[in-house]
Design a protein around this ligand. Structure first.
Ligand code: SF4
Ligand code: SF4
Length: 290
């Protein structure tokens, strides 16, 4: 079973639009969206939810008011300002601020603090017209997206194994933080979507450092390449120097936002030159992981 992760240095590069089109062309794949902080692939794939799993990615401190003596020892120990002193001197926890570091648990002399599992999000297994789809939603102000990304990928790989599917196609997290590292580890190909802007090239350099560090093969495509041919040439030269295949150069196309509004993968919305280029890009990617 092979895994392709579609990533970009920042949101808004067209990563999800491309992934949705690839999903429409990738016969027999398991699809996954690990952009758990801002997932939106479901808007183009229209999943029918089959399973929901509560995700407990963290623990939070809980203080037993009966046991708390109000000694105040824990208050200065919390680096996250998550402990609140009440009028009666007893302390309670602001769960939104608590990072579960356990310091208060160790500081408390009377054992009033416990660390309890906290619901951080929900993982969904759905069916779509293009195959099984694993996606997730992280709770508001939750910060354990790396762990949830790993859970989504594990579930997608498990379904691929069980159903004998040869490919997992993943819409990755943007940027270079913890969720992106969790998106990339153990994947067969990182497909970087970039744009012909100075920041696009800079973002791609940073992602390439990550993929190189983890020894993950990378390929890229330049979206809206015709908006700045000079920068496109720069990106292509940069890729040549590092032997990163440019699997596609996709033109700017005002029909793309129309397809998003309709909630349809672009290759099913249009059969114009842009759709042809996306098809060619998918063919090139398929060859790269064959
Ligand atoms: S577990 Fe850590 S972050 Fe949470 S309240 Fe205790 S000291 Fe603060
Ligand atoms: S250290 Fe324990 S007993 Fe003292 S205020 Fe904090 S929770 Fe209450």
């Amino acid at each position: 079973m092979k895994q392709i992760v579609v990533i970009s240095g920042k949101g808004g590069t067209g990563k999800t639009v491309l992934t949705a089109s690839f999903a429409a062309m990738a016969e027999g794949a398991v699809l996954a969206d690990v952009d758990v902080d801002a997932s939106n692939l479901h808007l183009l794939l229209h999943p029918e939810i089959r399973e929901q799993h509560i995700f407990r990615g963290s623990r939070k401190a809980v203080i037993d008011a009966e046991k708390c003596t109000g000694c105040g020892l824990c208050l200065p120990a919390c680096r996250f300002d998550a402990l609140i002193e009440g009028r009666d001197g007893k302390v309670s926890v602001d769960a939104m601020s608590c990072e579960g570091c356990e310091i208060c648990y160790h500081v408390c002399p009377v054992g009033a603090v416990a660390l309890e599992p906290h619901v951080s999000g929900t993982l969904y297994v759905s069916s779509t017209a293009y195959g099984p789809f694993v996606h997730a939603r992280l709770g508001v102000a939750e910060s354990n997206s790396g762990k949830l990304v790993t859970e989504v990928r594990k579930k997608a790989a498990q379904i691929a194994e069980q159903e004998g599917r040869g490919l997992v196609l993943v819409d990755g997290s943007p940027g270079i933080g913890c969720p992106v590292i969790a998106s990339l580890t153990g994947t067969d190909l990182a497909f970087i979507v970039t744009e012909p802007t100075p920041s696009g090239l800079h973002d791609m350099e940073r992602i390439f450092e990550l993929t190189s560090h983890f020894k993950i093969r990378a390929a890229c495509c330049i979206n809206k390449f015709d908006l700045n041919p000079e920068n496109t040439a720069r990106v292509e030269a940069w890729c040549r120097e590092r032997s990163v295949p440019v699997a596609g150069t996709i033109p700017f196309d005002p029909a793309v936002p129309e397809s998003v509004v309709r909630g349809v993968p672009f290759v099913e919305h249009s059969s114009n030159a842009t759709a042809d280029e996306i098809r060619k890009t998918w063919a090139a990617l398929s060859e790269l992981i064959a």
